[in-house]
Design a protein. Structure first.
Length: 342
């Protein structure tokens, strides 16, 4: 049985000599990091708890992948380049098979996105994974002469303007279907919905490609309705969502039917697509920017002025508001901590 330090060395220490900005990696009291000139740091931390955010019996490599993916997704949502990660791991026991799988899933995704694991912690207790990620983005994001250029960075939630399009990357909803499949006993990790749940793909390159074009954005982790409402509140605007424009992946339709697929997009969680607003004249450039990534971009609505007292998300079908839509589409509540979800 390896001791704590051997375990860290065996599973988590990597050669970081090529990693940008890493002056000192794991092994000392702190890591030492240097941000590039003219860059600002984007920092985020997320905890994944077994039985709350992921099924404890999920494949260890998926747990490692997923725990990092949800963090990388936050960097993607700011249009930041991933740089450095810290991993605080709480383990019920030292199970080397499990650790091997976990580390493989973690490192494979980390390498793909060029994020260096520069430190962390290992403790004993119920399985839980806390990851802090650091990304870099330019300090001045727009024309330096623009008065707002430093104070209003790209891809914040509060930058949407009236008339902006609401767009979403990829095929949301699949992860929700995947969670349901897992809960009903499916263990075929090649099932596309289950794969979307267990191994979500953080949209890091998309965030980088779109940060100049989008006015606001976030990563969707709790369904389009709830997450678009965050943009609405931050930007003090409402949004009209067209039901008929929601992208419904064939695999999602096959798993849940059309109605279920819509619900999964609107209120399902765990997808980590990017939900953005942008001026209509940027749409073509945005679609072209995502083409090399093989990633689609769907226009699903438009930002509009607030009528009444509060910003809200209005569901429309062919332009007609759906009566009591907020209820009728809420057949299952947004993710909460009582079920396995995030
Ligand atoms: P301290 O006693 O200062 O908290 P630790 O004994 O927890 O230090 O860790 C020793 C070194 O190993 C530190 O540099 C720490 O960042 C690193 N480390 C610990 N756990 C991990 C991990 N899971 N992944 C990467 N580095 C780790
Ligand atoms: Mg420690």
């Amino acid at each position: 049985m390896p001791g704590e330090f051997e375990l860290i060395a065996r599973y988590f220490q990597r050669d970081l000599s090529g990693a940008p900005g890493v002056l000192l990696g794991p092994g000392d009291d702190c890591a030492l990091l240097a941000a590039g000139d003219g860059m600002q740091l984007a920092i985020s931390v997320d905890t994944s708890v077994a039985g709350v955010h992921f099924p404890p019996d999920a494949p260890a490599s998926s747990i490692g992948h997923r725990a990092l993916a949800v963090n990388l997704s936050d960097l993607a949502a700011m249009g930041a380049t991933p740089r450095w990660a810290l991993l605080a791991l709480t383990l019920p026991e030292v199970n080397e098979d499990w650790l091997h799988g976990f580390a493989a899933g973690f490192h494979a995704l980390a390498e793909r996105h060029g994020i260096a694991l520069v430190g962390g912690d290992v403790t004993r207790g119920p399985l839980s994974i806390t990851i802090t990620v650091h990304g870099e983005l330019p300090l001045v994001l727009e024309d330096a002469g623009h008065p707002d250029s430093v104070s209003r960075p790209i891809l914040r939630r509060d930058g949407a303007r009236e008339g902006d399009l609401v767009v979403i990357t990829g095929a949301p909803g699949m992860a929700h279907a995947g969670l349901k499949a897992w809960q009903s006993g499916t263990r075929d990790v090649l099932d596309p919905c289950l794969a979307a749940y267990l191994r979500p793909e953080p949209r890091v390159e998309a965030g980088l490609a779109l940060r100049q074009l989008a006015s606001a954005g976030l990563d969707v982790s709790d369904g389009v309705m709830g997450d678009l409402a965050h943009i609405c509140r931050a930007s003090q605007l409402s949004a009209a969502l067209e039901l008929g424009e929601l992208p419904l992946a064939p695999e999602l339709m096959a798993a849940l039917g059309e109605q279920g697929a819509r619900e999964a997009v609107l209120n399902g969680g765990d997808d980590y697509e990017l939900l953005l607003t942008m001026p209509e004249e940027h749409l073509e450039s945005a679609i072209n920017a995502l083409r090399p990534l093989n990633l689609s971009l769907s226009v699903i609505g438009r930002m509009q002025a607030v009528e009444g007292s509060e910003p809200r998300v209005i569901l429309e079908q062919e332009g007609v508001e759906q009566a009591a839509a907020g209820r009728s589409w809420q057949h299952f509540p947004p993710a909460d901590a009582t079920e396995v979800s995030s």
